[in-house]
Design a protein around this ligand. Sequence first.
Ligand SMILES: [Zn+2]
Length: 241
Amino acid sequence: MTAFDEAVDKHFPGALDVADFLAEVRRQVEPLGFTTERTLTLVSICRDELTTDFFDAVEADWGSSFTLAGLGGVPALGRTGWQAALSHVPDSAGRGAMLVFGCPHIGIESDGSIGSTIRSGQTRPTATCGALNAILQQSIEGTLPTEIDFDDFEATRLALRLIDPQLPPPTLVDLTLAALDAIEVDLWRALDDAAVWRDHDVAVWCGVQIHGHDHDDRIWPRDAWYCGADGHRRRLRTALY
Ligand SMILES: [Zn+2]
């Protein structure tokens, strides 16, 4: 087993190749009526160019996708953005379907080091996720923002959203899981507030996107839930449940 695989197994056991993850998603949601024709995909991932391989794979599988997130992968589109997203769901066949993905991301290099990536054309590793790493450093140094800075809106909002200074995350993995929790809460809050199940079936898959060296990406599928016309949310099976 390589150092990369050992680190993935230790922190994110059950992580899948992106292709295997998306095949599993389709295998589970298609019987629920999620066809490409009636489904809009919404994707909540970080701005980092490393995340776009996953976005491209989702679009190759399901067609054009709506982007929900800013830095860190936490939804950043606000009420107006959600109203736009919800108004784009196909309805020509009656009820539409929304397939939502929410994933913070983390780099794991070939030597097993956590939170860094040697990117194409670069000679040294940089932090992945850069935004989460930056606010972790602020937490360690005691320099977390106390209010939103409109010239650094996404990062300051992210820090305020994710870190309780009285209970700071010890590691980048912990902060990444805090981002995952926040993504899942915020996705369902927006979907529930809009009562989307009245008009659309909805499935939400949340996990961590892991970047190995040279685009060797995995998804750790922590949670998957479905809500249909009865408004009852039920858990779909993942590698962890
Ligand atoms: Zn990032």
